[in-house]
Write a protein that binds this ligand. Structure first.
Ligand SMILES: NC(=O)c1ccc[n+]([C@@H]2O[C@H](COP(=O)([O-])OP(=O)(O)OC[C@H]3O[C@@H](n4cnc5c(N)ncnc54)[C@H](O)[C@@H]3O)[C@@H](O)[C@H]2O)c1
Length: 282
């Protein structure tokens, strides 16, 4: 970049250059080398133009989160740019955008590929963040099954009955299970592969955040979605900027002792669900 002579920047890589991801970058990436990965070339062009004209140092790469080799190449590209201090995964689809097979492949297996690949390149003292969902709190996976998930390599998750039988029943189950697995993926990496590199990783579970993805959900789920929002203590939707604020905390030095956890940011929806103030599906 013409104005910027610092050639020794920390690298921040974002997989999924959508609404939440770009809000996180804008909040946290000043002075760092940004690598944006997305399946949509159009998205990448638009977002990188916006960031470049706002003074950020950006590179882009087309990545398909469904393909292990593509995700690994993305991680390698990040490492070639400098010390990879931050990785954020927001590549995902919501229930009304896809079939169960796609939700599981993208939101669960794709996330696993990314956590595995970045677990090989993170710099010491680095931090990662997976964007999961409040849906990860809506379906209780039995303890023994969660232990089995934790022991299972990413490629083999599809073979587990909780995935190939339960999650495939409908998009709701697929999404809730995939997003709970995201919490376990962060926990597992924090305790093993990322630990070995002295890097932290957490997940974050947003409630309803108004983005194009949420508009698709509103269009399909309508009244039941509104009832869920009304039942939350906040009685409103959230914004990508609120997610970015919390992400900056989790990625930053103030959270240096926070590792392997999920942070639920939902305005109180899950509190309403757990206490019976709101019943799912009504
Ligand atoms: N918006 C909400 O209300 C909400 C709530 C909870 C969780 N989430 C989760 O947050 C994450 C980000 O959501 P968002 O609202 O910013 O959505 P978004 O649609 O703005 O961003 C998702 C991005 O992922 C990219 N993507 C899709 N498939 C891909 C693939 N195969 N490879 C690479 N990139 C791919 C899309 O092109 C898009 O840029 C998702 O995982 C979503 O499930 C969203």
């Amino acid at each position: 970049m013409y104005f910027d002579r610092n050639e020794h920047k920390e690298v921040i890589a974002l997989l999924g250059a959508g609404s939440m991801g770009t809000a996180i970058i804008r909040r946290f990436a000043a002075g760092r080398k940004i690598l944006l990965g997305d399946i949509s070339e159009k998205n990448l062009e638009r977002v990188s133009r916006e960031f470049t004209y706002s003074g950020y140092d950006v590179e882009t790469m087309i990545v398909n989160a469904l393909e292990k080799d593509s995700v690994r190449a993305f991680a390698q590209k990040a490492a070639s740019l400098g010390p990879v201090k931050y990785f954020i995964d927001t590549a995902g689809a919501s229930p009304n955008q896809a079939k169960p097979e796609h939700i599981v492949a993208l939101d669960m297996i794709g996330t696993g590929y990314a956590v595995d690949a970045f677990g090989e390149v993170m710099a010491e003292g680095g931090a990662g963040l997976i964007i999961s969902s409040q849906a990860g709190y809506m379906y209780a996976i039995p303890y023994e099954t969660e232990q089995e998930i934790l022991r299972t390599p990413t490629e083999e998750l599809m073979n587990l009955p909780i995935v190939k039988d339960t999650a495939m029943q409908n998009v709701g189950y697929a999404y809730m299970i995939a997003k709970r697995v995201n919490h376990l993926q962060a926990m597992k990496a924090a305790a093993a592969t990322w630990k070995a590199r002295r890097a932290r990783i957490n997940s974050m579970s947003p409630g309803v955040i108004v983005t194009p993805l949420a508009y698709d959900e509103f269009a399909a789920a309508g009244e039941s979605y509104q009832r869920m929002i009304d039942a939350s203590a906040a009685m409103r939707t959230g914004s990508s900027d609120e997610i970015a604020e919390a992400a900056a905390f989790l990625l930053g030095d103030h959270a240096g002792f926070v590792n392997g956890i999920d942070l639920l940011i939902d305005g109180g929806t899950i509190a309403a669900v757990r206490t019976g103030e709101y019943q799912l599906g009504r």
